[in-house]
Design a protein around this ligand. Structure first.
Ligand code: CP
Length: 318
């Protein structure tokens, strides 16, 4: 693993999940590994879980951590190659990333899509520029198209809650929301489940299909109730449209997940990456009920990040 930006950076998924579960049992065993190593966490957008869990993971491994909310504390970044910088941007990404790469051994970057220009968002220009110019391993803390630390934590959680030898039915269901959200959590979850030993069904309203590159191998239906039949896990998430890029669906409250809808499932466990809009995306009853895995998912964010950081730190020792 050179960088960690998607499931494609992972050679052996099972081994990475096993590593995370080992670290969950032995969080401080590798405290020596990060000695005199610095992780820089760069945020262009808000975060609770990613920021705190990745910081905790690094500290568990003995690393120093620097966190920068670059959108508020840094200079306004220019991303266009060859730009004449006589406007509002103050520092070019190639200079900023190169400097941060001198201060840090590993960098993490959170950069959401703007949801205005699909081609621009899906080019992942900012993340790729960080990789190109920092010259150190880069971890995606959620990019324009993917959220791989979340997806690893989700797979860890599904693994922990699946009896040995069983191939679970996992349903990713679209949920209502009041504003346009990125496709990245859903893209990433679909892509990871495509590599895992699960049967994935994705259900969403017409016009809210994800890009095919992420959903290969999944069954796709517009009928939510049909999708929920015999489900072992139900992952709830809103995303804005990929085709009519960034479009939202007003008055979609009938897509909110309720216990009533789950009656056809196999007593399904319910997942959400958080933050969640209660009683919009899914009901209080589910979130506070015995089948909710949302806090387990959030807890596993630490061990997902720790497994990734440990893998990258091990590379330094080679
Ligand atoms: N799930 C997740 O990434 O949470 P934050 O946005 O709070 O980091």
């Amino acid at each position: 693993m050179t960088n960690y930006t998607s499931v494609h950076d992972v050679t052996d998924l099972d081994a990475l999940v096993k590593e995370a579960l080992h670290l969950k049992q032995n969080p401080y065993k590798y405290k020596h590994l990060g000695e005199n190593r610095t992780l820089g966490l760069i945020f262009l957008n808000p975060s609770l879980r990613t920021r705190m869990s990745t910081q905790k993971a690094a500290v568990n491994l003995g690393m120093n951590v620097m966190v920068m909310n670059i959108d508020k504390e840094g200079w306004a970044l220019e991303t266009q190659e060859g730009a004449v910088m006589n406007g509002t941007t103050v520092e070019h990404i190639k200079d900023a990333a190169a400097v941060m790469g001198q201060y840090c051994d590993i960098l993490g970057l959170r950069s959401f899509p703007k949801l205005q220009n699909r081609e621009e968002d899906y080019s992942e220009n900012l993340l790729q520029s960080f990789i190109r110019y920092s010259k150190v391993p880069v971890i995606s803390l959620e990019s324009a198209t993917r959220h791989p630390l979340q997806s690893l934590a989700d797979l860890i959680t599904i693994t922990e809650n699946t009896p040995a030898g069983k191939r679970p039915k996992v349903v990713l269901t679209w949920a209502p929301h009041i504003k346009a959200l990125p496709q990245c959590v859903a893209n990433s979850f679909a892509e990871w489940m495509g590599r895992a030993a699960v049967d994935l069904v994705i259900t969403q309203p017409q016009g809210f299909e994800l890009a095919e590159t992420f959903t290969r191998g999944a069954a796709i239906t517009h009928n939510q109730q049909e999708a929920l039949q015999d489900a072992d896990f139900v992952y709830v998430k809103n995303w804005s449209a990929y085709e009519d890029y960034g479009k939202v669906l007003p008055d979609a409250q009938d897509w909110m997940l309720t216990n009533e809808k789950l009656q056809v499932s196999n007593n399904a466990k319910v997942m959400h990456c958080l933050p969640v809009r209660r009683n919009v995306e899914l009901s209080d009853q589910i979130l506070d009920g015995p089948n909710s895995l949302v806090l387990e998912q959030a807890n596993n964010r630490t061990y997902a990040a720790q497994a990734v950081l440990k893998t990258l730190l091990n590379n330094y020792e080679v």
